[in-house]
Structures are given as structure tokens and as C-alpha cells.
Design a protein around this ligand. Structure first.
Ligand code: BG6
Length: 258
């Protein structure tokens, strides 16, 4: 069964985790760039891993957006809520992405699949620091933010810089600067080049990269050969307790050092 597989990492999974400097890598067969079912396999792995790692009782799970995380959400099962009280919260404000893949929507989906609870955070992602100070005086917003900081687990994706700069609606100048600076990855609003150097940071409300260190369990879910460079770039910053769920398409390239 899947749970046994989680304890018994394959040699390739051990090599990948070591190369990326993280605790665990789970590799599913196929290449997500060409095979849609890969996301289903990753979803099943995530479900088993959550069952293994989440303690009984109350847990707060912060969820980010994106197509991959949205795709795995439907594989979470009600069994996860047996003897557990799961609260799913979005890691960021909503505006900027299409509704189906916003972190709010994904958190809601995960809550409904598992029979857990969900709390929304409806905020624009990019606001001035003056506006932010005012917004944080709102009790609902302050509570939502404190849930993020106190979460027991984070589930996030890793994006390609070119795809994410378009999706985040960055202007033409910024886009071409990102290209010239060699940005290949985007994660939590940070753009990194191949060596993991920070190229740009979009200031935003919600989970920040430095907050991840304090979170006991972190899942990064990203797959497909086209994401290999993004995965390597981001992993320079991933906290050690990260578990990466990926596919052969990405991992073969990462291990070949491409
Ligand atoms: C999100 C992250 O979870 O996934 C983003 O917050 C990342 O920073 C995105 O870029 C990737 O989305 P996708 O659609 O490539 O899975």
C-alpha cells in the first residue's frame, strides 16, 4: 500500500532529496507536461503523506494556489479527518489569479474533500504598507494572518518564472527584466535565477518564505520536465523539512543536473 511506500523511499528518491537538501522526495511515474493523470498520482501520494504526518487532534494547514495544488486537492479523503480537526487556510489574499486556482478556493476544496473546516482571506495581494497596517487592524484579517503563522503544515506549488510573471500580471518592463536577469522560478512572490539568487520579490500579504522555517511540515508539489529548473532554483531556499512531490519528468532532469 501507499503508506508502506512512504516509509520505503526508492534509491532515486533518496538521491533527489539529498541533491535538493530536503528531507524527502516522492516521485510518481510519468511527466505532467504530457500526461494529465500524473497530478492524480501526486494527489494520492499527498493524501497518504498527510495521513502519516498529521498528528491526531487539531491542525492548521496553510494552502497556496496554482494549478498543481488545485489538481491534487480532490484526492484528499475524509479519512484524514478521523480523530483530527483540520482547518485549511489560504496562504495569501485572493486577487490576481483566476478563481479556480486561488489559494482561497483550494483551501475550501481541501476542507470539503476531507470534511475539515476552512477560513477565507479575501484581500488584494499587492497593497501599500500604509493600507496593510490599516487592514491588519481588522479582527478577521488579523486572525487569518495569525492562523497562517501558527500553521502546522504548508502545501504549496513551485512556478516557472515566465509563466508566473504573466499570471501575476507583471508589466512588460518587469517581464523583460526578469528574463534578462535569468529568473527561472517563482515561489511565494519571490523570483529566483538558476543558482537560486533572488531576482525580484513582489511584496505581498500572507505567507513569506522566511516564515516557512518555523512550520513543522512543508509540502512542495511541482512536476513536469518544464519545471525542473524552477524546482532546483527554489530548493536553494526550501526549509530542510520540505517534502517534494514530483514526477519522473522533473526528477530525471534535476538528477542529470540540467
Ligand atoms: C503556488 C505558489 O502554490 O504555486 C506560487 O504560491 C507558484 O508561488 C505556484 O508559482 C505554481 O503554480 P502552478 O500552476 O505552476 O502549479
Amino acid at each position: 500500500p501507499l503508506i508502506d511506500r512512504l516509509f520505503n523511499a526508492s534509491q532515486t528518491e533518496i538521491e533527489l532529496a539529498q541533491k535538493l537538501g530536503i528531507d524527502r522526495a516522492i516521485i510518481v511515474p510519468g511527466d505532467m507536461d504530457r500526461q494529465e493523470r500524473v497530478v492524480d498520482l501526486m494527489g494520492e501520494q499527498l493524501n497518504s503523506a498527510l495521513d502519516l504526518l498529521l498528528p491526531l487532534g487539531k491542525s492548521i494547514i496553510t494552502v497556496l494556489g496554482g494549478t498543481t495544488v488545485a489538481g491534487v486537492a480532490r484526492h484528499l479523503s475524509p479519512k484524514l479527518s478521523r480523530y483530527r480537526d483540520l482547518l485549511f487556510v489560504p496562504g495569501r489574499g485572493a486577487v490576481g489569479e483566476s478563481v479556480e486556482i486561488q489559494s482561497n478556493t483550494v483551501a475550501q476544496m481541501m476542507a470539503s474533500e476531507t470534511g475539515g473546516r476552512h477560513k477565507g482571506l479575501y484581500l488584494p495581494e499587492n497593497v501599500s504598507s500604509e493600507a496593510l497596517t490599516l487592514l491588519l487592524q481588522d479582527t478577521d484579517i488579523a486572525n487569518a494572518i495569525s492562523n497562517i503563522y501558527n500553521s502546522d503544515m504548508v502545501i504549496h506549488g513551485i512556478g516557472r518564472a515566465d509563466v508566473m510573471s504573466k499570471r501575476r500580471g507583471l508589466d512588460v518592463m518587469t517581464n523583460s527584466k526578469l528574463r534578462n536577469d535569468g529568473a527561472v522560478a517563482e515561489c511565494f512572490g519571490y523570483f529566483f535565477d538558476r543558482q537560486g539568487r533572488l531576482v525580484k520579490r513582489i511584496p505581498r500579504i500572507g505567507l513569506q518564505l522566511e516564515d516557512l522555517d518555523k512550520i513543522p511540515h512543508v509540502f512542495a508539489i511541482a512536476a513536469g520536465a518544464s519545471k525542473a529548473a524552477a524546482i532546483v532554483a527554489y530548493m536553494h531556499h526550501a526549509p530542510k523539512q520540505t517534502w517534494l512531490i514530483t514526477d519522473e519528468g522533473a526528477s530525471n532532469l534535476v538528477l542529470k543536473g540540467k
